[in-house]
Structures are given as C-alpha cells and as structure tokens.
Design a protein around this ligand. Structure first.
Ligand SMILES: Cc1cc2nc3c(=O)[nH]c(=O)nc-3n(C[C@H](O)[C@H](O)[C@H](O)COP(=O)(O)OP(=O)(O)OC[C@H]3O[C@@H](n4cnc5c(N)ncnc54)[C@H](O)[C@@H]3O)c2cc1C
Length: 489
C-alpha cells in the first residue's frame, strides 16, 4: 500500500509504502482509480473504501495536497449483483451475442470462444413509485453526496427523476463470467438502501425471487483535475510523476487503459532520455481524450465518445493498425509478430488497391464500381473472376471497400487536417510569458498561463480562447516556437 510520494528538487524520487519501506524510482505513474479518500454509500450507510470489500487511500491524497496538487471529488456507482440460479430466465427476452463477433485486436483472427447470452427485462411503474417514495434516502438526493457522477451511466434514481415521462427502463442481465452464477444488472446502478434495493429487484419481471449477492452502491473519491498535466500525462508540478486513469477524472475501462499506455510509454521514454510521445487529435482517440483532459479539464466524469472527435471519419476501428502500428514500430514497442502481420496486411491492401485502380470493366475502373452503394467485393469477383485470385484477407477486403466508398470524404478531411496542422503544430515554450503580451485579453493571459498549452492547436481549444487571442499569440511566436523578437516590437 503506497502511503507517500517522495520528491526532491521538483523531481519524483520514489514511494514509501505501508511499513515504511522505500522504493526509489526515476518515474512514477499514479493510477489510484476510485480509491483516494473513497467513501461508499448504500442508503444512509457509509463505508470507507474504493470498491466493495477493499479499503481506501487517504495518505496519498495528503501527499498530493502537500505537493501542491489541486484535488476535487466525483462519484460513480454500480448496480446489485444477482444469483443467476434464482432468476426466472424463461420470462425474459434473450440477448444472444453476435453470431460472428469481430475481434478487437489485430492479433486475433477469429473469436472461437462460445458466446454467453444476456437477458433483457424492464423496470415498471411500481419500481418507479418505490424509488420516488424513497428518494429522501438516496444519498444523491438527501444531500449526503454532492459530487458529480457520470452523465452517461446515471443511477436508476437519476433516470426516474430526469426522465419522469418514461414508464420503464431497460435492464440488461449480464453474466459476470463463465465460472460464476453472478449476474450484473446493467441499467439500474443505485445507492438506495438495501431494503429498497430488495423490494425494487423483486418487483421486476423475472427477478421476483432473485437473491442479491452484492448490493449496489455509489462511491465518492478524489481526483486530480487533469489541467495539472502535460499531454504526456506527466504532472506540471513534479517532474517524472505521471497520473493515469480515473485519478484524472475519467470513467471507464478503455479510458483508463489508454491513459496507462500513454503514461507508461512516456515514463519509459523519459527514463531513457528520449523525446516524448504525444498522439495528435487526428491520430487516435487517445489523442482526443488526453487533449480534452489536459486542455479543457473535466466538470463531470469524462467518457470517450466518437462524437468528441472532429476527425472521426479517419479515426476508425478498422484502420487502427494502419494509423498506430507505424508509431509503435518507431517507439520500439511492437512485437516482431505484430510487425510481420502489419506489413503483410499493408502489402495486401496495396496489391488490392492497385489492381482495382488499374483494372477496367465496361469502361470504368473496379474502384469506381466499388464506390457505388450497391456494389461490394463479392460483386467485383463475379464481374471479374481474377479479383478472387488476389488472395486478400477479409479484413483487407473491408479496408479496401471502406477506402473506396469514403475516399472523397476522406480526402476532404485529410486536406482540412493538413491546412490546420501547420498552424496548430507551432510550439509554445513552457516558460512563455503570456502576461508580457499587451494585446492579449486578461482572461486569455490567465487561462493560458494556467493550462500552459504546448502548441497553438492546444491553445485554441482552451475554453474561452478566441480567434483574436490566437492571432495575438501567433504574432509573438515564430515557427520554431521561440518568441519572435521582430513581432514583439
Ligand atoms: C463500481 C464501479 C462500476 C464500474 N462499472 C464500469 C463499467 O461497467 N464499464 C466501464 O467501462 N467502467 C466501469 N467503471 C469504471 C472503471 O472501472 C474505472 O474507470 C477504471 O477501472 C479505472 O481504472 P484505474 O486503473 O484508473 O483504477 P482502478 O481500476 O480503480 O484501479 C486502481 C488500483 O489502484 C490500487 N490502489 C489505489 N490506491 C493504492 C495505494 N495507495 N497503494 C497501492 N495500490 C493502490 C487499487 O487497489 C486498485 O487496484 C466502474 C467503476 C466502479 C467504481
């Protein structure tokens, strides 16, 4: 259990754990999740801890306060877990998994594992009346919790209040694993007292006799507003100290894992004295996530959504390896097997694309045919049987189809990126004195001095920064990011 963070001359030097042992390090990544000064709430009952059955970490918050970090509080919650052997699944609608699930990883060709079913049920008027009658016992409404929770995973009490016209809300009953009977009730996260949770569950179709194995709860915890970080996730106050995951005000598994990856890469680069690694907003969702966090901060637990990315036509799941594997190769973190797979796939895409660009059918290239909404690779194979002999994998064929279909839009988006990226890439020195720019508005001086954007692009996204502020800023910076003496006079 880490109890303290050791810092000398503004650099992290180690940690002290319970029992007073000290571990020295050149870089430290703090990923405390929901555990900093955590309090769990179930109705009026409060327990210290970041997750059911686990403790809290107060002293790390003290250490962060002492080092001058600002901390704030968020809350999140979870539903009750039920004993699957006590649920009447016959009454419920089945939700089978995908017949042909698509693997997330480019290293997996097929998912052979048998998929487990989920089931669907609903809340009803009686459940809603029960919740309304007990709102005064719900920590969120009784004033016991004041911190903000995730907008996109509201508790059932929140849904009943905010969407009062709805007669029911869906509940997905999801198995927790292959070797457990525990069922997760997705959709009814709650911190109502146990007796209300019992009655609520037993009033839901299929759950009349369900046994609650673990009750739902809300958890309040400290997070560190992420404007205190640079885009590498290193803190601005302490060199070598990185924050990643829910401590930065995010919520979600992928958000946490992604930040861990970026912080890990940068911590390793720093220890090796190599240049830092920052993903741009047009290179990956992680670029969008981290830029949003460090530039704008958070006023509610942050979730990554495709709608947050202005370049989402380019940031597709299907082309993630083409966007990111070259960067991983550069950094030296792609395995030999990954590199080989990637190179094979790129070679296949090039072979397929060059074939359809140069082969004509009834006067038009195969690429033109593929652009038509009612044409796909299978049809091309019927029209020109040689296409089938190219030996392309399903994934590659999908890539070629998508590229052909969206090429017009993609080119437009790429042009837009190129137009802005020159200006956006202009670097701002970390010591840049905004207060020395007489034409800059006071609000802009304050905000830019606090956030310390590393590029003009990031400065543009700081909330409240106007195009006029940017023009002033650009006047004072030359392309190399050094203050430009001519323009300053
Ligand atoms: C109840 C609940 C339900 C959730 N449901 C979902 C969901 O369905 N889908 C989803 O995407 N996200 C969900 N989330 C959010 C998701 O779990 C978190 O956002 C994510 O796990 C955060 O990852 P993390 O690595 O930052 O922290 P965590 O996963 O919380 O890990 C923090 C770790 O740090 C350890 N730790 C803390 N302090 C110390 C210390 N001082 N010394 C040593 N170790 C320490 C803890 O023991 C813990 O293992 C849920 C969160 C909660 C609390």
């Amino acid at each position: 259990m880490v109890e303290d963070i050791l810092v000398e001359d503004g650099r992290v030097t180690g940690i002290r754990v319970r029992g007073d042992a000290i571990y020295r390090c050149a870089a430290l990544i703090l990923t405390t999740g929901t555990f900093l000064q955590a309090i769990m709430h179930t109705g009026e009952a409060k327990t210290q801890g970041g997750r059911a059955g686990e403790g809290t970490t107060g002293t790390v918050s003290d250490a962060l306060n002492r080092l001058g970090f600002e901390l704030a509080r968020f809350k999140t919650g979870t539903p009750a877990r039920l004993n699957g052997r006590t649920i009447d699944f016959n009454q419920l609608q089945r939700q089978p998994g995908d017949a042909d699930p698509q693997p997330f990883s480019f290293m997996t060709d097929r998912i052979e594992q048998e998929q487990m079913e989920c089931f669907l049920t609903d809340t009803n008027q009686h459940v809603h009346d029960l919740i309304r009658a007990n709102l005064h016992r719900a920590p969120m409404y009784s004033g016991q919790i004041n911190s903000t929770g995730p907008r996109y995973c509201p508790s059932i009490e929140d849904k009943v209040v905010r969407f009062s016209d709805k007669a029911s809300h869906q509940i997905f009953l999801e198995p927790e694993g292959r070797r457990t009977h525990e069922i997760y009730c997705n959709g009814i996260s709650t911190s109502l007292p146990r007796d209300v949770q019992d009655e609520m569950i037993h009033s839901i179709a299929g759950l009349e006799k369900a046994e609650i194995m673990r009750y739902g709860y809300a958890v309040e915890y400290d997070f560190a507003p992420p404007t205190q970080l640079s885009p590498t996730l290193e803190t601005k106050k302490v060199a070598g100290l990185y924050f990643a995951g829910q401590i930065n005000g995010t919520t979600g598994y992928e958000e946490a894992a992604g930040q861990g990856l970026i912080a890990g890469i940068n911590a390793a680069l720093k220890v090796d004295n190599r240049p830092e690694f920052i993903l741009d907003r047009n290179q990956g969702y992680l670029g969008v996530l981290i830029d949003d966090l460090v530039t704008k901060g958070v006023d509610e637990p942050y979730r990554m959504f495709t709608s947050r990315a202005e370049y989402r036509l380019i940031l597709r799941q299907d082309n993630a390896d083409r966007r990111l594997t070259p960067l991983a190769i550069q950094l030296g973190i792609a395995s030999a097997e990954r590199i080989q797979r990637f190179e094979e796939s790129v070679a296949q895409i090039e072979r397929g694309q060059s074939y359809i660009k140069t082969t004509r059918y009834h006067g038009q290239t195969l690429e033109d045919w593929l652009r038509r909404p009612d044409y796909d690779w299978v049809k091309l194979c019927e029209m020109v049987p040689d296409v089938a002999t190219l030996g392309l994998s399903e994934r590659v064929i999908e890539q070629i189809e998508i590229d052909a279909m969206y090429s017009g839009y993609l080119k437009k988006q790429e042009k837009e990126i190129a137009r802005y990226s020159k200006i956006h890439a202009v670097k701002i020195p970390s010591t840049f004195d905004y207060h020395a720019l007489p034409q800059l508005r006071n609000e802009a001086k304050d905000k830019l001095s606090r956030i310390r954007p590393v590029t003009v692009g990031q400065a543009e996204r700081v909330s409240g920064i106007t195009p006029a502020d940017l023009t002033v800023l650009l006047m004072y910076l030359d392309k190399a990011g050094k203050p430009s003496p001519e323009s300053a006079t």
